[in-house]
Ligand binder design. Structure first.
Ligand code: PLP
Length: 414
């Protein structure tokens, strides 16, 4: 008997949308079209309810109480570490530091890993397309140590010049950095290749994964990097949650960054000893309810699967790009061969901020501005762009409504 081909699975976006309460609201009397997902994603009811349930039934501090509620809170918080570790395929849960987001994760590496070893003449390599979170912490520690920050170039299409990045991996480079996915252009960078070249030269690699984890399965072991930073609120989770994964050898060698409760073994005035990793980097009371929500967010991704998410998002990206190309005078920034669903653009003769305001009046939420990427704006010679960033709960109909709104705005401004 001939094997029947498996029918393509249909992504039931309307069923998915029903899980996101906020998507049903209107803005200025118009149905909301939320295209600001790279800024922060919306949250499914399961995330909101998990946090609500935590505060209603389980709330207590972690690691400090032997009572039932303390145990429940600790189990939930540590459970989030397990889930995140599995989510990015970390070799060990102990290599995952729970943080407030990518900004804190990268600053932890800057101050605890990089700064102690940096000296005049050393270099930290980053790229022109980075978010400020992957530039400014390096500048701050470079200023303290006499090191230099260098940025690898990109081309007009918004692709990293990988050859040049590799050529810049000279012996002075003590740490290399790169975004997995650009928050402005959507470009997916070839992290595996970069990591391979870094390993050949003995240079550790930090990857900013903020814009990758909402869209694609991440496997830090397969990528071969040394540090991987994520932020929870862009991946359906609450604000103020995130993580840093780092190889154990680095974490063992790094001194604590914040001092305080929960990160010590014993405190004495003649010498304090510290907890084992990961707890030596988690001083003070963490965002427990936030991590309960982030756990639920990971469960939500698991329930859909990244294969279905990726296929749908790529269809949306292709459709949105095609529709935007119909708008006269519209220029798209970032046309890399491999992209996540982020489209930056400008309309000839119109200010990005005016357009964003007028689009908002049509119910369309997009971001305008420099997107925390000044060097990238300087590269393109523009002060700002508009950015439509999509998620798997967006629809083709929303893209159509967005284009109608854009054409209206264009008429008003021309
Ligand atoms: N890196 C990238 C690529 C981002 O897009 C963002 C947020 O926009 C960040 C870092 C900073 O993330 P957070 O503010 O959540 O720490």
């Amino acid at each position: 008997m001939n094997a029947q081909p498996t029918p393509p699975t249909v992504f039931d976006v309307q069923r998915v949308r029903a899980d996101f309460p906020l998507l049903t609201r209107s803005v200025h009397g118009k149905p909301l079209v939320y295209f600001d997902n790279a800024n922060t994603s919306q949250k499914p009811a399961s995330v909101i309810e998990a946090m609500d349930e935590h505060y209603r039934r389980h709330n207590a501090n972690v690691a400090r109480a032997v009572h039932q509620l303390g145990e429940e809170s600790t189990a939930a918080y540590e459970g989030a570490r397990d889930k995140l570790a599995r989510f990015i395929n970390a070799p060990s849960r102990d290599e995952l530091i729970l943080t407030s987001g990518t900004t804190q994760s990268i600053n932890l590496v800057a101050y605890s890993y990089a700064l102690p070893g940096l000296k005049s003449g050393d270099t930290i390599l980053t790229t022109v397309m980075e978010h400020h979170a992957n530039i400014v912490p390096w500048q701050l520690v470079a200023a303290r140590s006499g090191a230099t920050v260098k940025a690898a170039p990109i081309d007009e299409r918004g692709e990293l010049d990988v050859e040049q990045y590799i050529a810049m991996l000279t012996p002075e480079v003590k740490l290399a950095c790169v975004a997995h996915v650009s928050n402005v252009l959507g470009t997916v960078n070839p992290v595996r290749e970069i990591a391979r070249e870094c390993r050949k030269r003995g240079i550790p690699l930090l990857v900013d994964g903020s814009q990758a984890v909402p869209h694609r399965p991440v496997d830090v072991q397969a990528l071969g990097c040394d540090f991987y930073a994520v932020t929870g609120h862009k991946m359906l989770g609450p604000t103020g949650t995130g993580a840093l994964w780092a190889k154990r050898e680095h974490l063992e060698a790094m001194p604590p960054f914040f001092g305080g409760g929960d990160m010590i073994r014993e405190v004495r005035f003649n010498g304090t000893t510290f907890a084992d990793v990961p707890h030596k980097f988690e001083a003070g009371t963490p965002n427990i309810a936030g991590f309960v929500g982030l756990s639920a967010a990971i469960d939500y991704y698991d329930s859909l699967g990244f294969e279905a998410i990726h296929t749908w998002e790529q269809q949306l990206l292709a459709y949105a790009t095609e529709r935007l190309r119909e708008v006269p005078g519209l220029r798209i920034f970032g046309e890399a061969a491999q992209k996540e669903p982020v489209i930056s653009f400008l309309l000839e003769g119109a200010q990005a901020s005016d357009m964003a305001t007028l689009l908002d009046l049509q119910g369309v939420a997009v971001r305008s501005g420099h997107h925390c990427a000044h060097p990238l704006m300087q590269f393109y010679g523009v002060p700002a762009t508009l950015r439509a960033s999509l998620a798997f709960y967006n629809t083709r109909e929303e893209i159509d409504a967005f284009v109608v709104a854009l054409l209206k705005v264009r008429k008003l401004l021309m």
